[in-house]
Design a protein around this ligand. Structure first.
Ligand SMILES: C[S@@+](CC[C@H](N)C(=O)[O-])C[C@H]1O[C@@H](n2cnc3c(N)ncnc32)[C@H](O)[C@@H]1O
Length: 247
C-alpha cells in the first residue's frame, strides 16, 4: 500500500507551531496524530499549545489533544507501508500508542495486533493514564483484533508460540535489552517477515547518536554482518527495517 494514495487514515503534521492536516480524513475513526519534530529545542519551531501545555496522557485519553507520536512522519509512513496486509504483528513498547495506531490502520483487518508494554511508569497505577490513552488511541484506527500483553517483553516471550509477520522493537532502549528483544523474538519472524527498530539510526538533525542502544545493536547485527539471514530493506530517519531472507 502506498499511504500517499489511500484515503483510509488521517494524521497531522506540525510545521512552524501549527498543526497541519497532511492526509485526508480517515474513513475509519478520525484519530489525529502530531509527529516529531515538536520539540522547539531541536527543531527551532514553536510547539503547538497541545504539546506545550497538554502533554500529559490524560489529555489524550479525554480527547482534548491529538495523539503525540514519538516518531516522525517519514517513520510513520514507513510503518504503514511495511505493515500493509500483514496478519500477525507484534509491537514491543507501546507508550501512548501512536505507532500502534499506524500498525492497526494498515495491517490486515483479519490479523491480530499484539501490543506488549507493562505500562509500569504510571504514578497512579490504578488509573494509569498512559495505558488508558493508548487504548483510546488504538481504538480509533483500523479494525483488526488487538491483544494487549501488559508484561515486559522478556517475560511475555515465555508464553509466545506464534509465527510473526512483523515485529516492531521500541521498548527498553538499553543496548542489552534491545539485543535481548532481538534474540528472544526474531526467531519467530517468518521468512519474508520484517523487524523494525526505532531510534536505531543516526540521521541529520535527528536525536540518536552512535551510543544509542538500538543504534549499536543494529550496527553490529546488520552492518557488521552478524545476522547473515537478514538484510536491511529500508532506513527512514531513526527507523531501520530488516527482512528475513527467504529460503
Ligand atoms: C519509546 S516508548 C514506545 C513508543 C511507541 N512505540 C510509539 O512510537 O508511540 C517505550 C515504551 O516501552 C515500554 N517498555 C519499556 N521496557 C519494556 C519492555 N521490556 N517490554 C515492553 N515494553 C517496555 C515503556 O513502558 C514505554 O511505554
Amino acid at each position: 500500500m502506498n499511504p500517499e494514495k489511500t484515503n483510509t487514515f488521517r494524521h497531522a503534521e506540525m510545521f512552524g507551531g501549527r498543526t497541519h492536516r497532511a492526509m485526508p480524513t480517515s474513513a475509519s475513526n478520525g484519530g489525529e496524530i502530531i509527529f516529531r519534530p515538536f520539540d522547539a529545542a531541536n527543531s527551532g519551531v514553536r510547539p503547538p499549545f497541545s504539546v506545550r501545555k497538554l502533554r500529559h496522557p490524560l489529555f489524550s485519553w479525554f480527547g482534548l489533544r491529538p495523539i503525540i507520536a514519538q516518531h516522525t512522519r517519514a517513520e510513520h509512513d514507513a510503518l504503514l507501508r511495511w505493515v500493509c496486509d500483514r496478519r500477525t504483528v507484534v509491537e514491543i513498547g507501546v507508550a501512548e500508542g501512536a505507532s500502534a495506531c499506524a500498525l492497526r490502520e494498515a495491517m490486515s483487518p483479519e490479523g491480530i495486533l499484539y501490543l506488549i508494554d507493562p505500562f509500569h511508569l504510571s504514578r497512579v497505577p490504578l488509573i494509569n493514564t498512559l495505558r488508558r490513552a493508548a487504548h483510546a488511541a488504538v481504538a480509533q484506527f483500523g479494525a483488526c483484533r488487538v491483544v494487549w500483553i501488559e508484561q515486559f517483553s522478556q517475560a511475555a516471550v515465555g508464553n509466545w508460540r506464534e509465527p510473526i509477520d512483523l515485529l516492531f522493537i521500541d521498548g527498553d532502549h538499553e543496548e542489552s535489552a534491545v539485543r535481548k528483544d532481538w534474540d528472544d523474538w526474531s526467531r519467530f519472524v517468518v521468512p519474508g517477515g520484517v523487524v523494525l527498530f526505532h531510534d536505531a539510526r543516526v540521521f541529520e538533525n535527528g536525536w540518536p547518536d552512535l551510543t544509542y542502544g538500538p543504534v549499536r545493536v543494529v550496527n553490529r547485527l546488520f552492518r557488521d554482518g552478524e545476522a547473515i539471514e537478514w538484510r536491511i530493506v529500508e532506513e527512514a530517519d531513526s527507523l531501520i527495517v530488516v527482512e528475513r531472507k527467504e529460503g
